[in-house]
Design a protein around this ligand. Structure first.
Ligand SMILES: [Zn+2]
Length: 112
């Protein structure tokens, strides 16, 4: 009989540095019907503010809805080998104040 040993590594959720965050503003000025003009997706919030300034200058509209989106990835702790995450083996859910999400991973075979 073979015995397999599982080890548990506290992964953390971090912003994916390989993808730009996205900032968007939409003009929601108007009583009956909102304007709806959109800045389009920008990677720099300053570009969104520039668009808002120009839109307000041209229309007198003052109210916007801003949204932010980014990509997040689970990362193993520094120095830990990644191994392979086994789906369904999340052993503990994070509490609100914790950023650590232990996941079960299979031990990586030693290569030497
Ligand atoms: Zn507008």
């Amino acid at each position: 009989m073979t015995r397999s040993v599982m080890r548990f590594v506290p992964y953390t959720i971090a912003q994916d540095q390989t993808a730009w965050p996205e900032y968007v503003a939409r003009c929601v000025s108007g009583d009956e019907k909102e304007c709806g003009a959109e800045s389009g997706s920008k990677s720099d919030p300053a570009d969104v503010e520039k668009w808002m300034t120009n839109h307000t200058r041209g229309t007198g509209h003052l109210r916007y809805r801003r949204t932010f989106a980014d990509y997040a990835v689970f990362e193993p702790p520094e120095g830990a080998e990644g191994g392979r995450v086994i789906p369904g083996e999340v052993v503990e859910h994070a509490r609100a104040i914790e950023v650590s999400h232990p996941l079960a991973i299979e031990p990586r075979k030693a290569t030497a």
